[in-house]
Structure formats: structure tokens, C-alpha cells
Design a protein around this ligand. Structure first.
Ligand code: CIZ
Ligand code: SF4
Length: 346
């Protein structure tokens, strides 16, 4: 049961002492985040790991996050993922090998313009490396607009990967109209769009999306607002959902909104349901609801991190074994670091 499991987790942690740090993504369930040293978004957590001296970084999150942690932490720190099955479907929608094979067609489609690839943090290390080697960079949901501006100082067209909604929302913020959704395997541009549009495009969106955030609809926002709630959503949501919401921002911003809310304020949270539940628990003085009720916005990749797997990896480490290491190849790591440093200079 949970009590017995908690006791085992704490015993393993005690045996490991300062040798281990446990990071809990804010989309993880309560039984995980309760055992975390830090709770936050992926980039925040990776920085926490790098600041620590812990030899082992146990990352309760998904594969691309563990890779990012491996890129950011020192060489003598080892990143452990409690389940190797925890892979973000959106990151998988833009594999470096696909992007690489489509690249020349894209450049030709624009009429040979300078295309700068910009990838969201939610992507694999090899795609981050691809972006660096093609003059591009990484961004988070908080600095995507700055990343676009950086790219436009150096090229004519931004290719944004993998999240078409974050890309479109960012273009909207910047007042860019020439935005084309592009699917190289469907004859160039997405259905309903004209191939010749690629020639005029300023922003080209890779056809990826988060299957959790894209399930929110304008009707969910309107129902919450009719119910008296203010609505805050993540920019991975569809543009029309972002437009209907009262606030938009990263998970850290969503946390700030609730931390700074007056007692009695009513907020509906448009992101993965576990964060909404944590915020409701952490801030009982604020009326916090998940947008669209309790049932639907659950990330199946995050859910792979079962508390029993957290127990298992910690007990293995305490016994001197090293299960489920996530390690980025040195040449990819070096390039991904270049893409990251460009972001940090924004
Ligand atoms: O949607 C996600 O998985 C997010 C927002 C991840 C992160 O922490 O950057
Ligand atoms: Fe990937 Fe979306 Fe799950 Fe985040 S919430 S890990 S972007 S599928």
C-alpha cells in the first residue's frame, strides 16, 4: 500500500543521502511529487539538478526531459528515468531523421531562403543538435517569441518544431500572418493550404502537437467562464482556446497566477490535470478547478512513472546498481548545448 511504499522510498533515500536528487515534473501524480526535492517544469528542474552536487538525478518526467537534464548537468552526474516507457508523443512527432530528410525540400519550397529551425524544449536531443547545426536554437514556452526574433535577425523563415500550436500562438503574439502548416509526407503543406504559400511563409509549422493540450476546446473555456471562473491555459493549446482564455503561460506562470490569486478567486486551469490538482491542494484558499473537469486531460506518457517504479530505481541505486540511465551521445550533447546556449543568450 501507499504507506509501505512511502516508507521504502524514504529508507532508500536515507541510505543514498546527498548522492541522489529526485525531481518531480508538475504533471506527475501526488504520490510522486510528494517524494521530490523539487517540483517544476522540465527546464527549471534540469537547472536545479545542475546546481546540486548529487551523483544521481532521478527525473520523474518523460524521456526528453531526462535527456535535457543530462545535457545541462555535469559529466559526473547520472540521470535516471524511473520508466523507459515514459516518452512524450509530441517529441516523437518530430524525429531528427524525419526533419533532416525533409529539410532540403523545405528550403527549396521557400525558394531557397535562409530557413532557421527553432525547436521547443519538448524534443529529443538529436533534434536539438540538428537545430544547432543548421543555425537555429531551442526555446521554452516562456521565450518562444524572443527565439523567433533571434531567428529573424539571422534568416528569413522560421521552421518551428514540433508544436504547431505553440508556433502559431507565438506568431500571433508577434503579429506574423504568413504562417504555413507543413507536412512533408502529405505533398508539402497541410490539407487545405496551397503549396505556393511556402514561398511567402515567414513561419513554417511542423505538424506536431501535444495530445493533452490540444483536447481543450473553446466550449470548455466558455463553460468555465459562465461558471464564474477565470481561465488560464498553456500555450500548447489551440490558438482559438488561447484567444478565449483570460491568461496564457507556461506551467510556472500558471503556478504564479494561483500563488498570487486573492482568497476566494475562482480559476480554471487549462493544462495537464495533475498540475491543476496540485494547485487545488496547495492553495485551498483559492477555488481551483481543472478546465474541462477531472477526467480527461491526463498525459499517458507522464503516467508511465508509476510510484512503484520510483521505489524500484531508488532501491536499486541504494543497492549499488544503476538502472534506467538516460545518456545523450557526446557529439549530440555538444551541439544541443550550442542550441541551448543560444537560448540562454536571448
Ligand atoms: O507540456 C509539457 O510537457 C510541458 C509544459 C513540459 C515542460 O515542463 O516544459
Ligand atoms: Fe508530451 Fe503533452 Fe505529455 Fe507534455 S503533456 S509530456 S507535451 S504529451
Amino acid at each position: 500500500d501507499e504507506e509501505e511504499r512511502s516508507r521504502r522510498i524514504e529508507a532508500a533515500r536515507e541510505a543514498l543521502g546527498d548522492d541522489v536528487i529526485v525531481l518531480g515534473h508538475n504533471y506527475q501524480r501526488r504520490e510522486i511529487v510528494e517524494h521530490a526535492d523539487f517540483i517544476g517544469d522540465s527546464y527549471e528542474l534540469s537547472k536545479r539538478a545542475a546546481e546540486s552536487d548529487a551523483e544521481y538525478v532521478v527525473f520523474a518526467g518523460v524521456t526528453f526531459m531526462a535527456e535535457s537534464a543530462d545535457i545541462i548537468t555535469d559529466d559526473d552526474q547520472t540521470v535516471i528515468l524511473p520508466s523507459m516507457e515514459a516518452s512524450c508523443p509530441m517529441a516523437g512527432m518530430a524525429e531528427a531523421v524525419q526533419v533532416d530528410s525533409a529539410w532540403e525540400d523545405l528550403v527549396a519550397g521557400t525558394g531557397g531562403k535562409d530557413v532557421i529551425p527553432v525547436t521547443y524544449m519538448n524534443s529529443y536531443a538529436d533534434l536539438k543538435a540538428f537545430c544547432a547545426s543548421h543555425g537555429g536554437l531551442i526555446c521554452t514556452s516562456s521565450n518562444a517569441a524572443d527565439a523567433f526574433e533571434w531567428a529573424f535577425e539571422r534568416g528569413d523563415v522560421v521552421l518551428f518544431l514540433p508544436d504547431k500550436h505553440l508556433g502559431r500562438n507565438t506568431a500571433n503574439d508577434l503579429g506574423i500572418d504568413e504562417v504555413v502548416e507543413w507536412d512533408p509526407w502529405a505533398g508539402g503543406v497541410a490539407e487545405g493550404e496551397d503549396t505556393s504559400e511556402l514561398e511567402d511563409a515567414e513561419v513554417v509549422l511542423w505538424d506536431g502537437y501535444c495530445q493533452v493540450h490540444e483536447r481543450f476546446r473553446v466550449s470548455h473555456v466558455e463553460e468555465a467562464q459562465e461558471d464564474g471562473a477565470q481561465v488560464v491555459v498553456h500555450p500548447e493549446c489551440r490558438p482559438e482556446v488561447v484567444a478565449a482564455a483570460d491568461e496564457v503561460g507556461s506551467t510556472s506562470h500558471i503556478c504564479d497566477v494561483i500563488e498570487n490569486a486573492e482568497p476566494g478567486e475562482h480559476w480554471a486551469i487549462g493544462t495537464e490535470v495533475h498540475l491543476a490538482r496540485h494547485l487545488a491542494r496547495w492553495h485551498p484558499e483559492v477555488n481551483v478547478d481543472p478546465l474541462c473537469g477531472d477526467a480527461c486531460m491526463d498525459c499517458n506518457a507522464m503516467r508511465q512513472i508509476d510510484p512503484n517504479y520510483l521505489t524500484w530505481v531508488l532501491e536499486e541505486l541504494a543497492d549499488g546498481r544503476e538502472p534506467n540511465i538516460v545518456s545523450v551521445a557526446p557529439e549530440e550533447k555538444e551541439l544541443a548545448e550550442v542550441a541551448l546556449e543560444r537560448m540562454l543568450e536571448l
